[in-house]
Ligand binder design. Structure first.
Ligand code: PAF
Length: 298
């Protein structure tokens, strides 16, 4: 694995590989790798000739009162872990390399960025869309891998690729979970033991919502209420939102329709840590097919 800090060098390496009729994969990350990131790298490795992982804690996607300075970082551990997954290029630019002067050009994806996390983080998806567009421009035509845990981010990225005709194939990869169901996230590192225990409420709420639908419930507000009630009952949890929306465009729904992919998505504060989670599901012939595992007995 080579580590590159400079845009010209990363672009040149990707161009060279494509000129030899080989394929390029990009895994955009902010580092502090966990099994979720490693799964993205493995998935990319299995399907492409050159795997590029970008490691950049993007300041423009953090609000003024958010955790940019505290965001967990481990560049050396990350480099070892990426090399262990057979990554070819770790693209780790500095802030000055990515933003040599304040950008006058930004990418705004409307509608799909407005609801859910967009309500409490109004500038977040603009920052994500802009940096991801810059990464796509640096790496060039490729397949880009994103985790489904950040489902709204995945929808935003899919939409910007479609709207701007970018030569990028976007692949969403299922969320990787701890044995007790907690979705893996770099921010889990902030949780003290009591909070870590309470944080399982997100997975429990998703499971309860899916079970309610499996029992025949098709009223989205009642499904939502089942999840919300469980979260509100957890003393350490503070519910920001739980919503049931269409997976394609994140539009709210009243009744769950057969054959349409939906997502139940939530943001919950556990102490001062904001966690998100979701499950996509499709109902067909009376059964609910959800991207949510059943847990192995602990
Ligand atoms: O999901 C993340 O880690 C970031 O939002 C991303 C896609 C790398 C953009 O900074």
């Amino acid at each position: 694995m080579i580590t590159l800090e400079h845009i010209v060098a990363a672009r040149a390496r990707c161009d060279e590989v494509r000129r030899a009729d080989k394929t390029v994969a990009l895994v955009p990350t902010m580092g502090f790798f966990h099994e979720g990131h490693l799964t993205l790298m493995r998935t990319a490795r299995a399907a492409h000739d050159l795997v590029v992982v970008s490691l950049f804690v993007n300041p423009t996607q953090f609000g003024p009162s958010e955790d940019l300075d505290a965001y967990p970082r481990d560049p050396e551990g990350d480099a070892k872990a990426a090399a262990g997954e057979g990554v070819d290029v770790l693209f780790a630019p500095t802030v000055a390399e990515m933003y040599p002067r304040p950008g006058l050009t930004t990418v705004t994806v409307s509608e799909v960025a407005k609801g859910l996390c967009g309500i409490s983080r109004p500038h977040h998806f603009g920052g994500v869309a802009t940096v991801v567009t810059k990464l796509f421009s640096i790496v060039g035509p490729c397949t880009a891998y994103f985790g489904k845990k950040d489902f709204q981010q995945l929808v935003v990225v899919r939409r910007l690729v479609e709207d701007l005709n970018l030569p990028i194939e976007v692949v969403g990869v299922s969320t990787v979970r701890e044995r007790d169901g907690l979705a893996m996230s770099s921010r889990n590192a902030y949780l003290v033991p009591d909070e870590r225990h309470a944080a399982t409420v997100l997975f429990r709420a998703l499971t309860a919502a899916i079970e309610t639908m499996s029992g025949g419930e098709r009223d989205a507000s009642r499904v939502r209420a089942v999840a919300a009630d469980l979260i509100v009952a957890e003393p350490m949890a503070n519910l920001e939102y739980v919503e049931v929306v269409r997976a394609d465009d994140l539009a709210p729904v009243d009744q769950l329709e057969d054959g349409v992919e939906h997502v139940i998505a939530m943001a919950v504060r556990i102490g001062t840590t904001r966690l998100i989670d979701n499950a996509t599901f499709t109902i067909a012939a009376g059964s609910v097919n959800a991207d949510l595992p059943s847990l192995d007995p602990l």
